[in-house]
Design a protein. Structure first.
Length: 245
């Protein structure tokens, strides 16, 4: 009997083959939830559905607690050439308060592994406006991020959406809008050696501009496959079902 995960992957591949017309793609982004929970052979099953351009950018999102040295090696072997690591914060108390399952130690393990296998192109995600996060902590967060020497940094302010856990149980000690604005300005000042090419994204050089991010911002066509994925084809945006069944 097929596992729940196998059923989902089979449905995903079926969906891709139904809609995708075998045109060469310039970017592929395997995004969240947490795709790094899948085994590399399962990721490869998805990769094999597509026809790639010579210089395609192939990104996978990974949380520090769900990735290993072996997985990073395998990612490189199957053609993934960019990893986006969901760090968010280096403060263990803040990480716990937002429900993240990794620690600061996990973050440094992942960066060590990326360097070990010469995985050159990696992004780190940071968040500001988090519970108990003040200006000093935020400045230290950015400084630590820079020391990791990523090729790309993305940073997003906390936004509490309707129907989420945080809407029902709003954390105390959240930075107000004014402090969030100050945090954003500090971010842009500290990353002044990066190319600030989009509101939330910073690249070390032109070589590391995210092709995928740029596709969104320049209104290029893109498919969205899988649960709750969104796509944009011929000036029409669509969103898949959120219902797993």
């Amino acid at each position: 009997m097929l596992s729940y995960k196998e059923k989902y992957l089979n449905a995903l591949v079926k969906e891709i083959k139904f809609h995708y017309k075998n045109e060469k793609i310039k970017t592929l982004y395997i995004g969240g939830g947490t795709p790094s929970l899948l085994e590399s052979v399962e990721i490869e099953k998805i990769l094999n559905c597509f026809n790639y351009d010579l210089n395609s950018e192939i990104t996978i999102e990974a949380n520090p607690n769900s990735i290993t040295l072996e997985k990073i090696k395998n990612y490189k072997n199957i053609g993934i050439n960019r990893i986006s690591v969901g760090i968010q914060s280096f403060d263990n108390n803040i990480l716990q308060s937002i429900g993240r399952l990794h620690t600061k130690k996990d973050i440094y393990n992942v960066i060590d592994w990326l360097n070990k296998v010469n995985f050159e192109n990696f992004n780190i995600d940071l968040m500001y406006g988090l519970p108990n996060q003040n200006i000093k902590i935020w400045q230290e967060t950015i400084n630590e991020a820079i020391k990791l020497n990523p090729t790309h940094i993305s940073s997003y302010g906390l936004k509490i959406e309707k129907g989420t856990y945080f809407e029902k149980y709003t954390p105390k000690n959240l930075p107000d809008d004014s402090m969030q604005a100050e945090m954003y300005l500090i971010l842009t000042e500290k990353l002044n050696n990066f190319i600030h090419y989009e509101f939330s994204n910073f690249a070390k050089t032109k070589k590391y501009l995210s092709k995928h991010n740029l596709a969104y911002w320049t209104r290029k066509n893109y498919y969205g496959f899988g649960l709750s994925a969104s796509g944009f084809i011929k000036n029409k945006r669509y969103t898949n079902s959120f219902n797993m069944k």
